[in-house]
Ligand binder design. Structure first.
Ligand code: ADP
Ligand code: MG
Length: 255
């Protein structure tokens, strides 16, 4: 059965010396396995806050998060998180970096090591396994970071502006790879980005958030009649610019 991550009336208010900041208000949504969902919204509206609650780094002020019918915990759900910076360790080889997430979870076994190797092989990185991060391009480093995250076999994959530090050409080619890998691995994927074309090119649906405190302004299903869809193929499709105009205008309304 397909897994489902359900956020039920989630709100988040931060308290610090400057007083209270409400970052999120009454967010309700069900993220489905195998679906790639992007979240776009004005800067500072609460996007990263949302991901930090899903990753259990922050607690919602009110509301609950469920995996299927159980409250989400570290025990019933493995969550992978990818950020803008790849956090590869310079003194470890590619293979040793890929094992890091497993080491942190104390889950290095012959089986998980074989799984990690298999991911490296499947996605074209096996010949680089003994290289060090400084010998890799930015795009390749980001792919290694993704494989490291996938090596722990997460149910949920969170991407927070994961490609925004890369130059345009690299970003295009990395998103091709990442899209293919994520689709093949059948995760619940949630990506935060400020790049509308990136969101359209990869997503099955896009959630547009309001300014802070973030609420769901609109959910757009993104569909293309393309056989074997890839991000680049969507960019050439006539519907692409229609989606872009729609979402661009919606974000612009909050100006
Ligand atoms: P986004 O990712 O959409 O740019 P964030 O989720 O990072 O926005 O932040 C939303 C709001 O919450 C911002 O006003 C930010 O300053 C505030 N915020 C985020 N984290 C904290 C924190 N740990 N303590 C206090 N305020 C925070
Ligand atoms: Mg952010």
């Amino acid at each position: 059965m397909k897994k489902c991550l359900r956020l039920n009336h989630i709100s988040k208010t931060y308290q610090d010396e400057n007083g209270e900041t409400q970052a999120l208000k009454d967010f309700t949504y069900a993220f489905k396995q195998g679906h790639f969902t992007s979240i776009v919204g004005p800067s500072g509206c609460g996007k990263s806050t949302l991901l930090s609650m899903i990753s259990l780094l922050e607690k919602p002020t009110t509301g609950e998060i469920y995996l299927d019918n159980s409250i989400l915990t570290r025990k019933n759900c493995n969550i992978g998180y990818m950020l803008q910076k790849d956090y590869l360790l310079d003194w470890r080889s590619v293979y040793q970096n890929v094992l890091l997430g497993l080491e942190i979870r104390k889950n290095v076994t012959s089986e998980t090591k074989a799984y990690a190797k298999n991911l490296l092989a499947k996605y074209g990185l096996i010949e680089f396994q003994d290289k060090y991060p400084e010998n890799l391009s930015g795009g390749m480093r980001q792919r290694v970071a993704l494989i490291r995250t996938l090596a722990t076999n997460p149910d949920v994959l969170l991407l927070d502006e994961a490609f925004s530090a890369l130059d345009y050409q690299t970003r295009l080619s990395v998103t091709e790879d990442v899209y293919r890998i994520i689709k093949a691995e059948n995760k619940i994927t949630i990506m935060v980005t400020h790049d509308i074309p990136e969101a359209i090119s990869m997503s099955d649906e896009i959630i547009v958030l309001s300014p802070r405190p973030a609420t769901i302004k609109k959910v757009h299903p993104i569909t293309f009649d393309i056989e074997n869809r890839t991000p680049l193929a969507t960019r050439e499709h006539p519907k692409f610019s229609k989606y872009f105009d729609l979402i661009w205008k919606e974000l612009g309304e909050d100006g």
